[in-house]
Design a binder for this molecule. Structure first.
Ligand code: GAP
Length: 440
C-alpha cells in the first residue's frame, strides 16, 4: 500500500463515542439517565477486559512458581477495615460550594472560591470513600459492612490460609483480580475514575531487609509488562511519590503513569506496604500472622510489596494508545492497533457477495473451521469497504474475504489490519497460517 499516512492526536470524547457505537462501553442504566461514574462493558469491551486480565494472570501466576491465586469475597467483617485504617483514614478532604452546591476535593482545586461559579466554599470536611451497606435480615440486628475499596485486604486476612495450604514461604505472593468500590467525588474522564471498578493486585511477602530489592524488582517488572502489551514507551513513565503523598501504610510508592488524553495519570501503583497490614490484623484479630522459618529458626512479620493495577484504566490506556486515524486515498481510516492478544475479535470472515449462496456457504464453512480457540465473526451486512472499516475500528487483526474466484481456486484473501496488505491463501490453510500470528 502506498497511501500517505497522517496520525492525529486522541481525544477522550472520540474514544467514548467509539466505545458506545461499537459496543465496548455503555453508560450504566442509561435508559434511566445513568448513574455517575458507573459503566457497563458491552460485547467487545467484555472480551478486551477479559483478555487483559488473562494476560495479567498468565504473567503473574502461570509463568512463575512463587505466586498463588485467590478470589476473596467483596463483603468482609467490618473489623478488617478498622484494622487496615480505611475506616479512620480512607477519606478525601472536601469543600462544598455555598452557591451551586457542588462538591470538590481540596487537592484538586486552586484558590479559595468555587472553580465553577466563583461562589464561597465551606471549610474542608473529611469524606470517607467507602460504600456502606448492611448484612442481616432481622430488624435492629443488621450490622454495617462495607463494599471493599481495595482487593488487597482479602489477601492479607487469608495470608495464613494460603501459606499453609500451598506450603509456601517468603518470598512468595498472592494474586487477585476483582471488583472494588469507592464513592469517588472527583469523577469524569470517562472510565478513568469509576465508583465500581476492577483491580489486579499482587501482595508479595518478603523477609524484612529484602524489601528494597523486591520493590525495585516489581517496579521494573510491572513497567515492562505494560510495555509488553504493545503500549508505546513514550506514553508510559514512572513517578515516585513524595513523602507527603504516601498512603498511610506505605514506605515507598512508584506510580506507573500513562499519557491519558487529560495528561499523565496513574495506571498502576507499586508500594512497599512494610509489615503494616499483617501487624495490624494480628493486633486486632488476635491471630498471629508472623512467619516462622524452620530452616533458620527465625520468626518475623513479612514485609509486603504490592503492585496494584486498575483493569478499567488498563482497558482505557490500550484503547487510547491503539487509536489511530490516518488518511487513505483522501478518506479517514480509524483503526485500533491493539496487540493481537488483546483484540476482542481475532478474525472476521466476510463474503464479497451475500447474494451468491455458494460464496456464503464457503464463508460459513470457513468461519466454522477456524473458530474454537478464539473469537471469529461472520459479517455480510454491508459492502466490503465498509466491513473492513468496521473491523479496523474495533481492532480485528485479520479479515478473510471469500470472493467469486474462491469458488474455483479454493483461495481466500487475508487482509492485515495495520498494513492493509492482502494475501491470497488456500482456504484450508487459513487456520494454521493465523494460529502463530495470533499466539494460539
Ligand atoms: N491496594 C492499593 C490500592 O488500592 P490505589 O492506588 O488506590 O491503591 C490501585 O489503587 C489502582 O486501582 C490504581 O492505580 C488505579 O489503576 C485503580 N483505581 C483506583 N481507584 C480507581 C477508580 N476510582 N476508578 C478506576 N480505577 C481505580
Amino acid at each position: 500500500m502506498s497511501e500517505e499516512k497522517k496520525t492525529s492526536a486522541v481525544d477522550l470524547k472520540e474514544i467514548a463515542n467509539l466505545c458506545k457505537r461499537r459496543g465496548f462501553v455503555f453508560q450504566d442504566s442509561e435508559i434511566y439517565g445513568g448513574i455517575g461514574s458507573v459503566w457497563d462493558y458491552g460485547p467487545l469491551g467484555v472480551e478486551l477486559k477479559k483478555n487483559l486480565k488473562e494476560l495479567w494472570w498468565k504473567r503473574m501466576v502461570y509463568d512463575r512458581s512463587d505466586i498463588e491465586g485467590l478470589d476473596a469475597a467483596i463483603l468482609m467483617n467490618p473489623n478488617v477495615w478498622k484494622a487496615s485504617g480505611h475506616v479512620g483514614s480512607f477519606a478525601d478532604l472536601m469543600v462544598d460550594c455555598k452557591e451551586c452546591k457542588k462538591r470538590f476535593r481540596v487537592d484538586k482545586i486552586e484558590g479559595k472560591v468555587c472553580p465553577e461559579c466563583k461562589g464561597a466554599l465551606t471549610e474542608p470536611r473529611s469524606f470517607n470513600l467507602m460504600f456502606k451497606t448492611q448484612v442481616g435480615s432481622v430488624e435492629g440486628q443488621a450490622i454495617d459492612v462495607y463494599l471493599r475499596p481495595e482487593t488487597a485486604q482479602g489477601i492479607f486476612v487469608n495470608f495464613a490460609n494460603v501459606l499453609v495450604s500451598s506450603r509456601k514461604k517468603p518470598p512468595f505472593g498472592v494474586a487477585q483480580i476483582g471488583k472494588s468500590f469507592r464513592n469517588e467525588i472527583t469523577t469524569g474522564n470517562f472510565t478513568f475514575r469509576c465508583r465500581e471498578f476492577e483491580q489486579m493486585e499482587l501482595e508479595f511477602f518478603v523477609k524484612p531487609g529484602d524489601d528494597e530489592k523486591w520493590y525495585e524488582y516489581w517496579v521494573n517488572e510491572r513497567f515492562n509488562w505494560w510495555i509488553s502489551l504493545g503500549i508505546r514507551k513514550e506514553n508510559l513513565r514512572l513517578r515516585e511519590h513524595a513523602k507527603d503523598e504516601l498512603a498511610h501504610y506505605a514506605k515507598r510508592c512508584h506510580d506507573i503513569e500513562f499519557m491519558f488524553p487529560m495528561g499523565w495519570s496513574e495506571l498502576e501503583g507499586i508500594a512497599n506496604r512494610t509489615d503494616y497490614d499483617l501487624k495490624k490484623h494480628s493486633e486486632i484479630s488476635g491471630a498471629d500472622l508472623s512467619f516462622f522459618d524452620e530452616a533458620t529458626k527465625e520468626r518475623y512479620m513479612p514485609y509486603v510489596i504490592e503492585p496494584s493495577g486498575g483493569v478499567d484504566r488498563g482497558v482505557l490506556a490500550v484503547l487510547v494508545d491503539g487509536y489511530r486515524s490516518e488518511q487513505v486515498k483522501d478518506k479517514e481510516r480509524v483503526y485500533l492497533a491493539l496487540d493481537y492478544r488483546l483484540a476482542p475479535i481475532k478474525v472476521a470472515v466476510l463474503p464479497l457477495l451475500k447474494n451468491r449462496p455458494e460464496i456464503v456457504e464457503m464463508a460459513h464453512k470457513l468461519r466454522d473451521d477456524i473458530r474454537g480457540s478464539y473469537r471469529v465473526v461472520y459479517d455480510d451486512t454491508a459492502a466490503i469497504g465498509r466491513l473492513y472499516r468496521r473491523q479496523d475500528e474495533i481492532g480485528t487483526p485479520f479479515c478473510v474475504t471469500v470472493d467469486v474466484d474462491s469458488l474455483t481456486d479454493g483461495k481466500v484473501t487475508v487482509r492485515n489490519r495495520d498494513t492493509m496488505q492482502q494475501e491470497r491463501v488456500e482456504a484450508s490453510r487459513v487456520k494454521e497460517m493465523l494460529a502463530p500470528k495470533l499466539c494460539m
